[in-house]
Design a protein around this ligand. Structure first.
Ligand code: NOJ
Length: 561
């Protein structure tokens, strides 16, 4: 049985501040812009707000390259604005969690400025420096943003490791002094009153100390070395130490972003008795529409794969750890464009996907704009894209390589991170009400139909459907604490599952296709509905709980016994 906790009963809303709401007319979202919209979030039913990084940063990776952990990015406002935001969040009975980016800093962070200056500087060992191997990089690892993960630094004639951009040098967690500095900084924020952290690629902080070459059967220039830095040899020790020294002294929420984590590892990270973290963000379900060559290698989702993955995680963590539930964030394309239909069935399929996710066991995360069914964007010119991952990949594949422009653009349209980062669509006025100036990134031109003002006014909107889902979670403990049981594992269009809690049951049936499909409850499953909790269609005969026809992208949730 899962122990009850506030963070298990919460719904989290992620804000990407740069794209949320601009109040000072510079085309960039800001902290006061968030404060201005808190009532909107409260109305939606949000309990916890997660802020993507707002710290001082040269913005090579939009704030995920931090140059000062204890001050606010000028473009976003001041520490006073931030203090005010926190007060206003708390005044409304909500909580605020911060993004903690401690696998790497910016190369403009004072630690790195020192570290780079000489091999005997006291900060040298805060980062991962190595000599070259035969005039080449120390190993063959590839950066997540293309090219080598090593950058040569002329001043001292050594290379530093950067798993992300070369302006994001990796910190050396083997160094206990660095760890203590990080813990001090975390306490500083917690003492200011923050309610927890989302930890950026936190399972990368322990690297195999030998930093070996990755196997390279195809003789590529660089290859992913993930097996040597994901879930590395000291990771559990470090997180346990962080918990003991910092987290255990506060009543906070923690979620670790963890590419390459599997269920067995995730259990270790989230089992409360091990005192590490509460939740992880895993990526298995986000990788199902990629081929063997990674995210840009497009592949159609097979619903059976999604079932298998979700079921493994639901059952795997039940009773031990705790799941985070998400379909969107600032790194992922918009889910309605990805697993739904962003044209004819945009509203219906956005509601279906929300139902599928919010009825699972775990803490749901909503990414800004998801609640109004915002979609992917297609900019014609590569010059309208801003994301370093997209731009580096395009440079490598098309400008320096032989890939075809049109094909690469298709991949960017499907998977590019900027899909999630176009300005929030508040209303149908110029720039979607996001800013009075020229926005830092172009607005999606569908803002006249898709915007928050319209959604709040229309009681059949995606927004009001999310409100209802959140309300249901608050009124029915089975949604939070019930166990999970997949039904119809082989159906290619219907994703259906049962939840069980005490003497109650929930039947969740969702149609992931644009066809009419028949649902028949398998004979070995006993379920009698008492109530239809929610659906995205008008249902004529609400007592048909054993067998019915689903319309395109229909979703139904029945409560019963
Ligand atoms: C994961 C973050 O979510 C992503 O936006 C960022 O680029 C990398 N970590 C590096 O910090």
């Amino acid at each position: 049985m899962n122990q009850k906790n506030w963070w298990k009963e919460s719904v989290v809303y992620q804000i990407y501040p740069r794209s949320f709401n601009d109040t000072n007319g510079d085309g960039i979202g800001d902290i006061n812009g968030i404060t201005e919209k808190l009532d909107y979030l409260k109305e939606l039913g949000i309990d916890v707000i997660w802020l993507s990084p707002v710290y001082q940063s040269p913005n090579d990776d939009n704030g995920y390259d931090i140059s000062d952990y204890c001050s606010i990015m000028d473009e976003f406002g001041s520490m006073e604005d931030w203090d005010n935001l926190l007060d206003e969040v708390h005044n409304r009975g909500m909580k605020l969690i911060m993004d903690l980016v401690v696998n790497h800093t910016s190369d403009e962070h004072e630690w790195f400025v020192q570290s780079r200056s000489s091999t005997d500087n006291p900060y040298r060992d805060y980062y991962i420096w190595r000599k070259g191997k035969d005039g080449q990089e120390p190993n063959n690892w590839e950066s997540a943003f293309s090219g080598s993960a090593w950058q040569y630094d002329e001043l001292t004639g050594e290379y530093y490791l950067h798993l992300f951009s070369k302006k994001q040098p990796d910190l050396n967690w083997e160094n206990p002094k660095l760890r203590q500095d990080i813990y001090r900084m975390m306490k500083w924020w917690l003492n200011k009153g923050v309610d927890g952290f989302r930890m950026d690629v936190i399972n990368f902080i322990s690297k195999n100390p030998d930093l070996p070459d990755a196997p390279n059967p195809d003789n590529k220039k660089y290859v992913g070395g993930g097996q040597y830095y994901m879930n590395g040899p000291r990771i559990h020790e470090f997180l346990h130490e962080m918990n003991r020294e910092v987290l255990s002294h506060y009543d906070v929420m923690t979620v670790g972003e963890m590419p390459g984590v599997d269920v067995e590892e995730a259990k270790k990270y989230t089992d409360p008795s091990r005192e590490e973290l509460q939740m992880v963000f895993q990526f298995e379900h986000m990788d199902l529409d990629s081929g063997p060559n990674g995210k840009w290698d497009l592949k159609e989702l097979d619903l059976r794969d999604l079932k298998q993955s979700i079921t493994k995680w639901q059952n795997g963590l039940h009773g031990t750890g705790w799941n985070s539930l998400y379909l969107n964030n600032h790194d992922q394309p918009r889910i309605v464009s990805r697993f739904g239909d962003d044209e004819k069935y945009r509203v219906t399929s956005a509601k279906m996907l929300a139902t599928f996710l919010h009825m699972l066991q775990g803490t749901p995360y909503i990414y800004q704009g998801e609640e109004i069914g915002m979609t992917n964007v297609k900019f014609e010119s590569i010059n309208d894209y801003q994301d370093i991952e997209i731009l580096n990949m395009y440079q490598e594949q098309v400008i320096d390589g032989n890939e075809n422009h049109a094909e690469i653009m298709q991949a960017i349209y499907a998977k590019g991170r900027d899909n999630a980062r176009t300005p929030f669509q508040w209303d149908d006025s110029e720039n979607a009400g996001f800013t009075d100036a020229e926005p830092w990134m172009k607005v999606n031109q569908n803002f006249k139909e898709i915007n928050a003002k319209q959604a709040v006014e229309d009681e059949n909107s995606v927004y009001h459907y999310y409100r209802k889902l959140i309300q249901l979670r608050k009124n029915h403990p089975i949604i939070v604490y019930g166990n999970y049981q997949l039904i119809l594992p082989n159906d290619q269009k219907i994703f259906a599952y049962l939840r069980n809690y005490q003497s109650e049951k929930l039947l969740v049936v969702t149609n992931f296709s644009d066809d009419h499909v028949n649902f028949d409850l398998p004979e070995d499953i006993a379920f009698t509905a008492n109530e239809l909790l929610i659906s995205n269609y008008e249902i004529q005969n609400e007592t048909d709980d054993q067998s019915f026809t689903l319309s395109p992208y229909e979703a139904r949730v029945y409560k019963g016994v």
